[in-house]
Ligand binder design. Structure first.
Ligand SMILES: Nc1ncnc2c1ncn2[C@@H]1O[C@H](COP(=O)(O)OP(=O)(O)OP(=O)(O)O)[C@@H](O)[C@H]1O
Ligand SMILES: [Mg+2]
Length: 257
């Protein structure tokens, strides 16, 4: 299983949206995919069409001693998602303490999942620094850091590098820009600055700002089926092809569903 952690140092930059979109595209290409919503917000589970978080999830399963992964749900696009599940202040404190004392907890849980060898696992996380993002980075073969086209994401680049170096120094790190408006000169200038700082580690496929995304979310619809000709659908397909040909290509015989 090829494991990808989706992280960022800034909040609200599109991590959950990107995770859900890539998972759906992988499934459309007949590549088995499991997503883990490793964020108490449960945003990924919602994006992937599950309103059943009250039924279970990785936190409730942890607290009741159930096997990891038992609460995964499969949506109509064949994307499996393990929700975080319902939480409260007390359960979060208990869980986060456990994550801090057992930095490889998620990694060890994932090893036990019975999935086809060539499948993908995508992990959504809260913004850095967080014990959830740290666990996902420790477990990952590849970390995708999502950037907004703004000065804040540029200033926070060293924070992402440092966080990964501390917990999984050998891990591949690549960057994806999300929410680009090419008509704004400042954003194009910033993209050039990101390119010069990150070189080949920045995906050549920025994801443009596109109203198709919030519209799809508002309609509980799958982005690809709602607007297959949208600019953002084109961007996402380009990004996935780039990932499969490069950063995520070192798989032995990627499995078909
Ligand atoms: N390319 C895009 N174009 C337009 N809107 C977008 C795009 N990407 C994400 N959004 C919107 O931006 C908002 C934030 O996206 P998302 O929840 O995926 O970010 P996040 O990084 O996971 O946020 P959080 O820090 O809350 O976890 C959502 O309303 C989403 O619909
Ligand atoms: Mg999110």
């Amino acid at each position: 299983m090829f494991k990808i952690a989706i992280v960022s140092a800034a909040g609200g930059v599109g991590r959950s949206t990107l995770t859900a979109s890539l998972a759906t595209l992988l499934s459309q290409r007949k590549i088995a995919v499991l997503t883990v919503d490793f964020d108490p917000q449960n945003s990924l589970s919602t994006l992937l069409g599950s309103d059943e978080v009250s039924l279970g999830g990785l936190l409730p399963d942890f607290l009741t001693g159930k096997e990891f992964g038992m609460s995964a749900l499969v949506n109509s696009n064949e994307v499996a998602c393990l929700p975080f599940g319902r939480s409260n202040e007390v359960s979060l404190v208990t869980f986060e303490q456990h994550l801090r004392t057992e930095p490889e907890w998620l990694k060890q849980c994932i090893v036990q999942i019975n999935y086809p060898p060539g499948a993908f696992l995508l992990m959504d996380t809260p913004r850095l620094p967080s014990p959830y993002a740290r666990q996902a980075m420790v477990a990952a073969d590849l970390v995708i850091a999502v950037l907004a086209p703004d000065a804040r994401s540029l200033a926070l680049l060293p924070a992402v590098e440092a966080a990964l170096t501390r917990c999984n120094p050998g891990c591949q790190l690549i960057y994806v820009m999300n929410g680009l408006d090419s008509t704004r000169a400042l954003q194009s200038d910033l993209l050039a600055q990101f390119r010069s700082a990150l070189q080949m580690r920045l995906s050549p496929y920025p994801i443009h700002r596109d109203e198709a995304i919030p519209r799809a979310v508002a309609n509980w619809a799958n982005l690809q089926s709602l607007s297959p000709d949208s600019l953002v659908a084109h961007d996402l397909n380009g990004l996935l092809s780039w990932l499969l040909a490069g950063p995520a290509s070192n798989l032995d015989g990627r499995a078909k569903i």
